[in-house]
Design a protein around this ligand. Structure first.
Ligand code: BJ8
Length: 426
């Protein structure tokens, strides 16, 4: 990190010693996993810089923005509509929940058999090592899976800015009405804390900003369908992870810039791995920063990840909001339409996720699908059997992995992944 941010972290109430240890571990992991890759696109330098300053410069930017009366909103789920936050000139940050940190403390509040993503929320808060969670003016929890829903009841006793958004469980008219009502309540809440009104002008502008961000990632995804693929799955995942932190306009420019470079690579038949490298689609639970375990194992075993059917991936970035309308009410309908299509496994039934996986496997020319689940995540684990059957029916091999954030099962997973890659290569 280029500057010394100790004073900023102290003022945020971080535990400096623990925080320093965490940054050391993450910095080393980043060097070993990302910087050790060969043949990376030059455009990744931007994302390396963002990651190197993730607890520094970006946090400073947020605190400076707050001094200018802008609010910062933290979210744990892709159902939180960034468009509404931007419309009140706020900043939306997706909080990372991808590290095994402070689990001993978290387990004083949560059962051991809680998914690692939820424990991570508590671990970071209780360990006082996350500058984002300490900076927010509003922390949005959503009633998605049972684990999160119940854990937020307890999180509310640890964080006084927690706001709960209810969520539908079925894709019915009633479900859509519920989502719309919740987004209206969220609008009211944002207007109250920011002291700014949402109007058609600022809402339309914010929809365009987020649409452009999604279009840039969609462009990146399309380029990954090329053979040989011009970017590693690890780097593409990182770009998808940075999506949740960075300034949206700056991010969009950086993604489009790397896409220009990848287009050149494709035109010159330059791939990041040799031709005929087995292509794997990842499907399942989100992989939040710094959860890089599975992609690292896959790509070190000489396969390439070509897509992510995940909320930190295509499930989170597909579909745009209709920005052609002129009133706040109509624009809000467009937002509800877009978000209601997210096919999270908390919905029952959830056939569109299955269709999406089948399409992705075909479009990305995947030789196999790795279905990734966090232990104790019932929605995705229960859907994994349905996904496997549907894919095997069309002769696409599937490997199901259930894991957590620890490194203990790395060897065992590596063995299974290598056997799977051998199977799909023959
Ligand atoms: S829209 S996937 S970001 S809820 S892994 S906490 S489901 S037990 S994260 Fe998600 Fe929103 Fe859905 Fe996407 Fe529960 Fe499963 Fe844990 Fe999970």
């Amino acid at each position: 990190m280029s500057e010394n941010y100790s004073q900023m972290w102290t003022e945020l109430g971080l535990n400096l010693k623990s925080h320093e240890k965490l940054l050391d571990v993450l910095g080393q992991a980043y060097r070993d996993i990302f910087l050790a890759q060969k043949n990376r696109p030059e455009g990744m330098q931007y994302f390396d810089f963002v990651m190197s300053e993730i607890h520094g410069l970006r946090v400073k930017e947020l605190l400076d923005a707050k001094k200018h009366d802008r609010i910062v909103v933290g979210a744990f789920c892709t159902f939180v509509p960034e468009e509404l936050i931007l419309a009140v000139d706020g900043i939306c940050i997706g909080l990372c929940t991808g590290a095994e940190y402070g689990f001993d403390e978290a387990e004083k509040y949560l059962p051991r058999n809680t998914c690692a993503l939820i424990k991570s929320i508590f671990g970071f808060k209780l360990g006082k090592v996350c500058p984002y969670i300490e900076s927010v003016d509003l922390l949005v929890g959503e009633n998605t899976c049972d684990g999160k829903k119940k854990a937020y009841e307890i999180l509310g006793t640890l964080h006084d800015k927690l706001y709960i958004m209810d969520m539908p469980q079925m894709k019915s008219d009633d479900g859509r009405n519920l989502l719309k009502a919740e987004y209206k309540k969220f609008q009211t809440k944002l207007e109250a804390i920011s002291k700014k009104k949402i109007n058609s002008e600022n809402l339309k502008k914010s929809i365009k900003i987020v649409n452009n961000k999604r279009k840039a990632v969609q462009r990146l995804n399309m380029l990954r369908t090329a053979e040989p693929t011009p970017i590693s799955g690890l780097d593409a995942l990182l770009i998808n992870q940075v999506y949740f932190y960075d300034d949206p306009i700056r991010y969009t420019n950086a993604v489009n810039k790397i896409c220009d470079e990848l287009e050149n690579r494709i035109a010159n038949n330059v791939g990041v791995f040799p031709e005929k490298t087995p292509r794997i689609l990842i499907s399942g639970c989100p992989m939040a920063v710094p959860n890089w375990k599975i992609p690292m194992i896959v790509e070190n075993a000489h396969a390439v990840i070509v897509g992510e059917e995940s909320c930190i991936g295509e499930r989170g970035t597909q579909n745009l909001v209709d920005d052609s309308k002129d009133s706040v009410a109509e624009l809000l309908e467009g937002i509800v339409d877009r978000y209601f299509k997210i096919d999270c496994a908390i919905f029952t039934p959830n056939p569109s996720r299955l269709d999406h996986i089948l399409h992705m496997a075909k479009d990305y020319k995947a030789d196999g699908v790795l279905h990734y689940c966090l232990q104790f995540c019932q929605p995705y684990q229960i859907e994994s059997g349905i996904v496997e059957n549907a894919l095997e029916d069309v002769n696409i091999p599937v490997l199901r992995i259930n894991t957590d954030y620890s490194q203990e099962d790395t060897g065992q997973i590596r063995t299974r992944v290598e056997a799977f890659i051998e199977r799909i290569s023959s």
